[in-house]
Design a protein around this ligand. Sequence first.
Ligand code: ADP
Ligand code: MG
Length: 720
Amino acid sequence: MLWGVHGSVGKVALTPDTPLVQALGERTDKALKKAFGYTTVGDFLEHFPRRYASRGELTSLQGIPLGESVSIVAEVVSCTERPMRKRRGSLLEVEITDGTGLITITFFNQAWRSRDLQPGARGIFAGKVGAYRGGKQLSHPDYELFDDQPPSEHESKAWAETPIPIYPATAQMASWQIQKAMASVLSRVEKLEDPLPEVVRENNALLPYHQAIVQVHQPSATGEWKAARATLRFHEALLLQLALLRQRDEMRSHGATIRTAGALTKRFHEALPFTLTSDQEAVITEIDNDLVSGIPMHRLVQGEVGSGKTVVAVRATVQVAEDGGQTALLAPTEVLASQHLRSIVKTLGPDLAADLVPTLLTGGLSAQERKRAELKVVSGQARIVVGTHALLNEKLAFHDLGLVVIDEQHRFGVGQRDVLRQKGTNPHVLILTATPIPRTVAMTVFGDVDVSTIRGVPEGRQPISTHVVSLSEHPDWFGRVWSRAEEEIAQGRQVFVVCSAIDKADADPDASEDDVPVTGVEELAAQLRTHPQLGARRIGIVHGRLDSDEKDRVMTQFQNGELDVLVATTVIEVGVDVPQASTMIVMDADRFGISQLHQLRGRVGRGELPGVCLLVTHVHPETVARQRLDAVASTTDGFELARIDMELRREGDVLGSSQSGGRSGLKLLRVSTDGDLIEAARHQARDLLDDSADLSQYPSLQRAVDELLAGQEADYLDRS
Ligand code: ADP
Ligand code: MG
């Protein structure tokens, strides 16, 4: 065939399953795979524009943030070429404007660009915003001018108003290159099947799927992309709810062993050295009801760091242990696992601990220790098993796994929880989180978990004051940070210092481009050891590259007050309890998220002493990163911070970093603002499942849900 001779692959219609390489060629395929992980036409078609610009409307240059990558629509004001002063070559300086402000773009030895970049030319300019001679510039800019001029006067309005999609882009693939690739795919793709039954489409006033996809990428008017996005957002919400509800139905369709409180539980309460708060009592009652219901519990307990969640969880383990049931507690790191074990032993008191044999199982154990621990688990002797990923090992078997407790859910995917669940017969599941999340999020992320909240914090907890130390505004404050640390130590207190990297090699490559390098644990510790004041103090370090014995040794030293300063990465993030620690210093605080900072801060003020938290940063005051820090400094109310966090995350991905990205991240859905839509989708999903429990009546919907679940599974496998 002639087609074959000419290599016209393009004549064959594309389907969602067509590999991208076949549709767009090797170069583009590689760039898209690297940047976004896409491999098929279907993946790519769901790469939705971040926003829409128009040729007539210029992007406001006011307040565009330094250090961020932007795509802006602007007009050229001036274009001048001059020789470089200090070296050979010429510099082309082009000023562009939105009508109010100016920003400069510069090119070295590329004078030929002046042919196009003439005053009056308009286009999209993309690059990272940097500082330049007191103003701003786009460094390494990339641009595309609108060469299609308004055809005639009466058509010029339409020309000026046609929305231009602006895509999430990368250095290799600018937004307009993605736009072109998309146009090429759309022109060849076969009619896309609509996964939704017609009745669902009608009930919810949705566009047909194919039309929605075309309109979201190639709208001819604003109304078109709005309608398209509304449709696609509903699709996303519905598929997610179907997947979650199906999982839940599946889980609930099996009976769970009834675990009734008895003599052990009574002993537990009698041994408790304090009175439970009313919130703790209420949550205990809820859990108690779940455990005797005969249906597997799936409950999230949320509460501030230090609000007393652990006690509540330990009580549940005791109730499960009454008739020999075992609990597995999954912790994100070895340090936390051993700390959990210690605090469980402490909470149980010596008598109960002797009966329940709390046992540690982590990758850091020697082969012999591990063997011994595994034996206790399989025999049922250990009724509480605390561990890290080692608990997920397929060879590990339990005698009677009755309860799975997951600490700090955001570190684990749904898949990992399921692996653990499989080790018992429909065990109950309890998730503990210090990151409070709104109901819609809980619903979206966990399906139908029941949520319990501990609002109050036990009495006697000390206030924490938080300050942003802005080195971009006040470079000399760096010295004051350490004077403050020294003052605290002089009063017999301890100081945490958290860095975002272990050393330069560990810092992410992005950071090395910045003017200010990231502070690493190793360098900072070395610096502090020669510091005029702190040099005489006892300084320890902890990070993920140390072996677990060493980590535990240093943590224990710090806990016992044998160290004054602990310089660490976020291994200390959750759960670490050191009553004498009064000060938390976070270096490059802008590199952490709001909830992470809030949790880090929760490490101090746990004993009798008021806490101080210093958020050290180089970021510019006008950035979103700085807003995050100011938010953390402004309140210690975790629920309020969760709300601010959602608002600030425009690209918001509530699934948290370990569950984001790839194909399981949310695309158009925003749990912070789409609560009503999610509720509506949930009702629709419930109706569909009541109609057809396995969705076999709706084959294309069934396929879409299966794919979603398979994608999640794949993500889990990738990570492990
Ligand atoms: P969380 O797990 O929510 O961060 P923990 O359960 O670890 O909090 O509790 C923090 C500290 O407070 C622990 O030392 C614990 O023994 C103590 N604690 C818990 N509940 C109470 C209470 N009702 N009264 C006094 N102290 C409590
Ligand atoms: Mg805890």
